[in-house]
Design a protein around this ligand. Sequence first.
Ligand code: ADP
Ligand code: ZN
Ligand code: ZN
Length: 661
Amino acid sequence: MNIFYYDIAVNVPLRKCFTYKSNTKIPVGTRVQVSFGTKKVLGIVIRKLKKINPQIKKNTIKDAIPIDEHKCFDKSTFDSVLWASEYYHHPIGEVFFSFIPTILRKDASKKITRIKTKINYSINEADKSFELNDEQKKAINNISKIKGFDPSLLYGVTGSGKTEVYLRLTENYIKKDKSVLILVPEINLTPQLINRFKNRFNGEIGVFHSNLTPKKRFETWLKSKFGVIKIVIGTRSSIMMPLDELGLIIVDEEHDQSYRQSEGFKFSARDMAIKRSQIENIPLILGSATPSLQTLKLVSEKKFKKFEILKRTDGKSPPKLIALDINNSELIEGIAEESMTAIEKTISKGEQALVFINRRGFAPLSECADCGWVASCKLCDSNLVFHKSKNRLICHKCESVFKVSKACPECNSSKIETHGLGTEKIEEVLKSKFVNIPIIRFDHDSTKRKGSLEEIYSQIHESRAAILVGTQMLTKGHDFPRVTMCVILNADNGLISPELNAIEKISQQLIQVSGRAGRNNNLAKVIIQTRYPDDLNLKKIKTGNYKLIADQCLENSKLKNFPPYSSICLLRCTSPNSNNCLNFLNRAHQILKSKNKLNAIGPLPSIPSKVKGNSRFHLVLQSSTKTYLNRVLKFLINEFENWPEAKKIKWSFDIDPYDMS
Ligand code: ADP
Ligand code: ZN
Ligand code: ZN
């Protein structure tokens, strides 16, 4: 009897596979059941072994029992996930299991069964109500000619008709019986995009994100796998959807930070989309009005194509950005008098104004006026934010909720004051000033309840004069046709931030906010309140020309050898005991001194330095070449296995981190 040996990945935090045997041939990418310690667990077949490790005694090798008739991962999704586990140096089992439906992760009785009914997609021609403009035609014609892997940036301002380009290209693939995967940053914020696809195609559009029930997600996954669904729109968790005959991947708003998963297995779905389209050998479209520096660099190196759509389809000019010097202004809870007047003017014309502040809640600081005590989270290094609507103090790091104390716990004084601004306070100020005008708050809290987002959208669309108050949620993907004026309250935080990519982030944010305004009005304006009116970056941002700022950021990064001109990994470490973190990171730093092509900085306290009772520190590892960095990371993993310091803490790598804190 033949015996076959396999490397199996199981869902444990270990960077290795385990050897099992079977007397049947099991294809790579299939689910199996294995004994692991005292338990029976599920695993994925990673490779068939020609030789087994001589250190393993053959008679101790246990059986792997295949579960499904069908593979969990076909060749290209398998190769892409394997690549991710290597690129991110994350435990292979955890990486593979994070890309299979929850229902298949633990339960061997749930099987992958073929779905037979096929839907024939057709195009709803009546939905095409206009002629394409020349820029759209050029992008569509050229991208349609692409064969194989060849990514394109579709660079266009909001409202320039990018979605129409996505629709037409998708149509081409549907006609060839191919499928299309469309990634969006946050599903809740893209109902318009989903509806556009539903209106254009007769046939099921799969929608996939982590807020759906496991059952629903499994169903969409199966339908994609067996070719029943040919179009899937989803968030970062859908990057490995097993679409049959995948022909095209689209990443909308490719610069958006929501594509990065920053907890557990830390990855970028945008980067995985590039890899997957390379492995599948298919075209990829990255769409954005404010592309990432990484993409712009690849365009300038001619590795990515670029198609621009510069004009809005409505022919309206982009809004005017105005920096309002508030050094000598009277502020009413953060809003300058001039801004207030502009809001007043806007609503008196029956139009809508938008006030942007990047903080939810009422006030970010509760302080005792007598002794200076500040309300902070017991588990995190983070001040509690007062939420007036709930009459509670909330930690924005761990979401713990605390009662508001009437007296100071330190000195018993009753003079507890709140300071600073959040969306709730701005809402309150505006409500007292504009009594008969709807003031609509748009943030994480006001949109959490199921259905609340839809209510808010319809309120915005049904109202004439109104004021919208919101966080960066407001800046994503949505049209507010009646908004003709925006006020931005705390842009200065971004302008003066020491973060590496602060200017890239703040300019993306400001340009995205201004993109919400003035769809129907030539005179739209955006007021940026600032104490630094002469700031050079602000002067560039004011032009509204993102390219100008991005080129400057790229030049700076090149000079300083920062990403995307070098590669960075954070070695993150947490422990209830901060000394354990420091001992571990200090030893790591020590051993890296001999690596002359790598720059190590730290240990540094992370921000926040404590979350849920765990202290957090990190080491910044920077190298000019990814290959070298990878080699060092592998070396470190081997080292850590034998370090007593490594047993006392939790460590992880954060590859290409979005921020450095
Ligand atoms: P984006 O995705 O860049 O924000 P959309 O594709 O949503 O832009 O287009 C904005 C609006 O303009 C939509 O209502 C769309 O139907 C319309 N539109 C798109 N292309 C054209 C065109 N060539 N002529 C007229 N209207 C268009
Ligand atoms: Zn006190
Ligand atoms: Zn907390």
